[in-house]
Design a protein around this ligand. Structure first.
Ligand code: NCD
Length: 327
């Protein structure tokens, strides 16, 4: 625990009856606007604590099992850093080829084993719905860190927190958010489009024809009464955009390599293209990028993608503290 003088004005403490205690985080559909206000409030306090004291003991003695069946740099390491900044520790399982999974163990059995040693499980898996299957098997909280082309709820939370921190809390209503790239296979945009329906936004989808936003997501957005429109040319919407969210063409999801080759360089953000965008806007990307944003744009103040990663640390600290009953 932080000492008295370092303690933030938050309900940090033993709070095991708090609403989030023991909960799974599987989909953005489980959140309402009040939840986001709460999460972002805690994340904002976490930011202050990290800036002031770096590491503190809110989750001292707690253990996270970080179970990754797909590659990850940011998500895996930010969950590890989040747990360690809160004084907890981590069992990292990145190379499932070295674990019993490679012997044919089911996901359910793997998570039931891990929860014998850990208090919370973070899971990334190539199949849609895998996080829900894991949560069904486990009695400890499971956090979905990406289930195939399905959802990536903690990324959408950190993306929305980034917009709040960068462009001003309360400003999100009235914004135009443009999602660009592989909208078919990108789980981050599936989660983000759904989560942003909690606000009064306008959504633009810009992609090659074969990589359009899935109908299921568009139907859900339409049901919430959020205006959305599809484009194939970025120029048509860039001047009105407040948040440009760029994504990588998800090579690993293509069954036909020739199809990937056709669309891989469909959009490249350069300083020249960005001349027609507003001065007060941000460019985001969940990363990794593979050429869709030119490095020449990195020094532009509107380039928010590396700051976005840092916001991810604070949001994941908040989520871990919440599901473990400490916030
Ligand atoms: C994304 C993912 O894994 O879905 N990365 C991330 O979590 N930051 C995006 C991607 O891989 O393109």
């Amino acid at each position: 625990m932080p000492t008295e003088s370092q303690s933030p004005h938050l309900p940090f403490g033993d709070n095991t009856r708090a609403a989030w205690y023991g909960q799974d985080i599987l989909s953005v559909k489980q959140f309402d606007r009040a939840d986001l206000e709460y999460i972002f409030g805690v994340a904002h306090e976490m930011r202050g604590m990290v800036e002031r004291i770096g590491t503190f003991d809110l989750l001292k003695g707690k253990i996270l099992a970080n179970l990754f069946y797909e590659p990850s740099t940011r998500t895996a390491s930010s969950f590890m850093a989040a747990m360690q900044r809160l004084g907890g520790s981590v069992i990292p399982i990145n190379e499932v080829k070295y674990s019993s999974v490679s012997k044919g163990e089911s996901l359910g059995d793997t998570v039931r084993s891990l929860e014998c040693y850990a208090d919370v499980i973070v899971l990334r898996h190539p199949e849609v719905g895998s996080a829900a299957i894991a949560a069904e098997a486990a009695s400890k909280p499971v956090l979905n860190a990406g289930d195939g082309v399905g959802e990536h709820p903690t990324q959408a939370l950190l993306d929305t927190f980034t917009i709040f921190e960068e462009l001003g809390e309360g400003q999100i209503d009235g914004m135009t958010v443009t999602l660009l790239g592989d909208l078919k296979n990108g789980r981050t945009v599936h989660s983000l489009a759904r989560l942003l329906t909690l606000y009064d936004v306008k959504l633009n989808y810009v992609s090659p024809d074969i990589l359009k936003m899935p109908q299921e997501v568009k139907d859900e957005v339409a049901e919430k009464g959020i205006p959305q429109a599809e484009f194939t040319r970025l120029e048509d919407v860039l001047p009105e955009t407040d948040v440009l969210y760029v994504t990588r063409v998800q090579k690993e999801r293509f069954s036909d390599p020739a199809e990937y080759e056709q669309v891989k360089n469909a959009f490249v953000i350069t300083p020249e293209i960005m001349q027609s965008a507003k001065d007060e806007m941000i460019v985001m990307h969940p990363l990794p990028r593979v050429g869709e944003i030119s490095t020449a744009f990195d020094t532009d103040p509107r380039a928010a993608y590396f700051r976005q990663m840092e916001y991810g640390l604070y949001v994941r600290m908040a989520l871990l503290a919440m599901v473990l009953g400490k916030a």
